[in-house]
Design a protein around this ligand. Structure first.
Ligand code: MN
Length: 273
């Protein structure tokens, strides 16, 4: 559990030692039923520095507040792209009405690393609603590609990123087909959120499974075995040293020490519990 509101499985970096830069961490909250509760479950005020947190909602609703004064509610289909960069405090709780009612909850939280030159830039917040996300309709009623970031066949993503990243939610109907092209050096993974797919005519993956691609070849072919939802991530690796400690992701150990000192001195701002 992260706090008491997020029951996550860590696909990386702890779960599997994957080469996934610029993506540093992927916590996957598979679909779970939360009982109704007046006091919203969640995770209280905590800091981040040196990267971005990206929350992608599939079921349930999360309320977010941060020390830069940004707040919002993330509903199914929405994406919150928060750039912690030089430092931020935030808290994430089940949205009040959802908490009172209870129900299905399914989310992804991704940590996207920043290049050294941008780690100490100003925090930024992109609240991207489902309606704002550009959709590319696939031919033959195969489904659609919701382009969160990057580009798919000319359809451009809504999120701005510091390094080249493609992030899509693919909705693929049963027997629907789609093809993706990513540079071979980009690190690429598919997370099956719902349904079942066949990839490159060979590998089958079901809901709650992740496919991690080798850095070989550029084309990926997907077919829906069931009506499916797939989170597709592909990014150019940031080839810089990494030092990770708790909520901080920097290049050098002394920068972690600095982050801890700055946090203890209140330099990340203030946020009410
Ligand atoms: Mn956080």
């Amino acid at each position: 559990m992260v706090g008491d509101g997020f029951r996550v499985h860590n696909f990386f970096p702890n779960g599997y030692k994957l080469k996934m830069s610029p993506f540093f961490l992927l916590d996957y909250n598979s679909k779970i039923q939360f009982s109704a509760r007046n006091e919203p479950r969640g995770v209280g005020v905590h800091p981040h520095r040196g990267f971005e947190t990206v929350t992608i909602a599939y079921h349930g609703a999360v309320a977010h507040h941060d020390s830069a004064g940004n707040s919002g509610i993330i509903y199914p289909g929405d994406v919150q792209w928060m750039t912690a960069a030089s430092g931020i405090l935030h808290k994430e709780y089940h949205e009040e009405a959802f908490s009172k009612q209870g129900g299905a909850f399914q989310m992804v939280q991704l940590w996207v690393n920043l290049p050294a030159k941008d780690k100490m830039s100003k925090p930024k917040y992109q609240a991207i609603s489902q309606a704002q996300i550009a959709k590319h309709q696939l031919p033959d009623h195969a489904g659609l590609v919701a382009v969160i970031a990057g580009e798919y066949l000319g359809t451009k993503g809504s999120a701005s990123t510091f390094t080249p990243i493609h992030a899509y939610n693919l909705r693929l109907n049963k027997t629907g087909k789609a093809t993706f092209n990513f540079p071979a050096d980009f690190n690429t993974a598919f997370v099956v959120i719902e349904g079942e797919i066949k990839v490159n005519d060979t590998e089958i993956a079901k809901a709650d499974q992740m496919i991690h691609f080798k850095n070989e070849g550029e084309q990926i072919f997907v077919e829906g075995i069931q009506d499916s939802v797939v989170l597709i991530l592909s990014g150019e690796p940031i080839n810089e040293p990494i030092t990770h400690y708790g909520p901080f992701l920097m290049n050098k150990p002394e920068e972690i020490q600095q982050a801890i000192a700055d946090y203890n001195q209140g330099k990340f701002g203030y946020l009410e519990e």
